[in-house]
Design a binder for this molecule. Sequence first.
Ligand code: ASP
Ligand code: MG
Length: 436
Amino acid sequence: MKVLKFGGTSVGSPERMKKLLDIIDPAERQIVVLSAVSGTTNNLVEIAQAYLSGDKKKAATLIAILKDKYQVFIKELFAKPEYLEQGKEVIDYHFNLLTGLANDLFTSIEEKVILAQGELLSTTLYYVYLKEIGVPSVLLPALDFMKIDEDNEPIVDYLTHHIKPLLDKHSNNNLFITQGYICRNSFGEIDNLRRGGSDYTASLIGAGIRSEEVQIWTDIDGMHNNDPRIVKGTKPVARLSFDEAAELAYFGAKILHPQSVFPAQKYKIPVRLLNTMDPKAEGTLITNTSEKDQIKSIAAKDGITAIKIQSSRMLLAHGFLRRVFEVFERYKTSIDMITTSEVAVSLTIDDTTYLTEIVEELNRLGSVEIDQNQTIICVVGDFGAEKHGYAARVLEAVKHIPIRMISYGGSDHNMSLLVQTTDKVEILRSLHSRLF
Ligand code: ASP
Ligand code: MG
């Protein structure tokens, strides 16, 4: 059984929604995961923010604007009055819920309820549409099987245990529709898998049912070998290993939610990145195996802060790095890159929520310097067993650009450079023209 995930733009208009059947074959048994209609989750975030700030009037206005959009949407989606009426009922139900929250105490629980409405709307409307055109399908409530634990980690066993009976109950059905992104947390409340989390849903379901393949359908023909918004002439990478895909997704390739790689990797489920606008295009296939000795792709991640801690106490001392890391652990701030010398250590973070507190504590360990507006440039590939030549090729390509940090050898798949964000465009272009 395959899992197919369609992103917000793939369901972004009634026309696009109808076109999904060019890709979905209703005769094949499969689970289709849908995102919210593009823009909706952002709108829901705004509505929640209005409520959170106590501005009920603004919330009401934003809700009315969004509801109007859906009223136009269903008029185009449905042809028969009977189904248009059902579509209206669906919309009324979800928007009444949004409006009704004005009467409640508004906390992060209500906020997450709001954020969940996008996927609930898109899947229910699509389900009613399929009914109208006579394609049988089953709407699977993600809230019945997608669950995260106290550490916000999805529980695959729970998923398997709860989705299997639902699938078995409908053994005569082929097509199952469900919501991406949404889940329940350890308190049983409605929660989500963070922005862009529908990819993660698809991968988790793929893992949970030991699917033969997970397909992520977006609006680009796979993972490209560089950022197509910045560099001309980028190409889709035909094959990636899970490790390579994880590095690229984490370090800036927007096409895939970074965490979504791991469930598929753990259960060895192939993941295909495909393009709804060009369904015949080969896309990118992510599997356990890697094509050896190749530089595959370059990605960039902005908004990075570098922190240098220098201390003569570090010389020949053990336990120094532990004390540094403990500071970051206390503030739940994860470190991306790290380089050390005998008397100093430099590392990078992207979450600066606790920067002041972190620096204050680090000051007790040595002198601290901060560089903001940095970008990590990540070169990903299989650098082979012998590993020669790759670092030289990368450094040769960037020799005219100041480099703040270099990290190589952490894995066989990645070489990262830290540069000023103002140098990003030049470095991406220069690497592209010299590496590919
Ligand atoms: N609708 C959610 C978002 O916009 C989840 C997703 O699209 O993957 O972040
Ligand atoms: Mg996405």
